[in-house]
Design a protein around this ligand. Sequence first.
Ligand SMILES: Nc1ncnc2c1ncn2[C@@H]1O[C@H](COP(=O)(O)OP(=O)(O)O)[C@@H](O)[C@H]1O
Ligand SMILES: [Mg+2]
Length: 457
Amino acid sequence: MTDLVTLAELGGPLAVIGGAAYARHAHPAAYWSTVGLPLSVARLLASYSSTMDACGLTVEPSRWRALAVRATTRREVRPVPPRRGMIRPTSTGLRVRLRLAPGQEPADVAASAERLRHAWGVHAVYVRDVKPGVVELRLVGYDVLRKVRMPRRIDRGLLRVPVALREDATAFVRDYRAVPHELVLGATLSGKSMYLRHLISGLAAQPVALAGIDCKRGVELAPFASRLSALATEPDEAAELLPVLVKEMEDRYDLIKARQGIAPGTPEEEITSDVWGLPESERPAPIVLFVDEVAELFLVATRKDEERRDEMVTHLIRLAQLGRAAGIYLEVCGQRFGAELGKGATMLRAQLTGRVCHRVNDEASAKMALGDIAPEAVDAACSIAPELPGLAVVGDTSGGWSRIRTPYLSLADAAATCRESAHLAPDVPALAPFRPYVPPVPAVASGTATVPCPVTE
Ligand SMILES: Nc1ncnc2c1ncn2[C@@H]1O[C@H](COP(=O)(O)OP(=O)(O)O)[C@@H](O)[C@H]1O
Ligand SMILES: [Mg+2]
């Protein structure tokens, strides 16, 4: 009998603990909102001063403060931690602002991020510089990249596409006007096409012309054909499309020159303005060119193809060098992008400012994408697990880097988005001959079409 009572007494709490552990693993967001958040807030409030002290983030109190403490209490005068702002809970973690004491810098707090995360029992702590003297601690409650959910409020705009989630639970926005060209590297099945899929379906709803070169016979880009203004699925077609894009770019430069009242003979490099300076009625639509598997353009089977390859590479380099001002942007995908691809590869890579590196097979590939950003970024890219496709390391324009992961988006959904926004494709006459053939959508299955409608009385 006593055994039964003990079992019943133990069973309840054990079930609660087991349930909490299960919820923490299976539903981390729900766990955070119900259990994790209150626990972490309590820990933070209870141990704030002692934790800051242990992390070496406290300073000697001012003379006035020391005098006041001595006069009013008999306690010894203790060092003071940075002044803390209000704790702001979020669905993925919490935020709190700290006012740095004189002599402290954000890097001091960032250096203790790992210690703070253990002290307060959260998944990670990030430090953001808000304004001089103030930093924001972003505590992330759980691994948000395991099951990606994009934040609800995102700052969108023309040529800005929220494409993935950063590890600090903020959205990673691909902003073509800030970073005109980007290189997306990764081994097969690492998530490159998923990344492109998000970009294409994000841009589909905007007045932007989309062009694609997919030398894998179009298997990746053809599903989006209804929204694409141009699609090349063979190196031969790419060799025809690229000069047309270069010509379009030159025409746009002429347009800008004409607007500025400069003689049409002026060399392009001397023009400082861009299409965005033109009045809206005259401004040509921006064009984003997606190149999936760029190595296919570089590799040649015969000596005869070599000339064509050199021409294509030169055109790509010109687009990368001068395209931004003409509103032409590149998104280049590949498995490797090193000097071994031949003449022009390194030069083209140097023009691609944005770098996204998915899982790679060797360190050399990661170095091709991130080597010039930070050695830690290369290490981070090399340690991406195959179980997490879509996870990538992205180099920031500021020289920093962070881990990101795209949410899952099925090909069918992305293709449907493109079909629905097909009418939004802007008119770029030069690209008209390259407009892909779009097979008519198959009629709705007869089963659903003949569902009997109840007659209302
Ligand atoms: N963010 C993601 N979340 C879940 N699954 C993903 C994600 N990104 C890619 N995948 C899956 O991984 C596989 C490979 O992705 P894909 O984009 O085709 O890789 P790649 O183009 O690099 O070969 C696909 O089955 C895809 O559904
Ligand atoms: Mg792919």
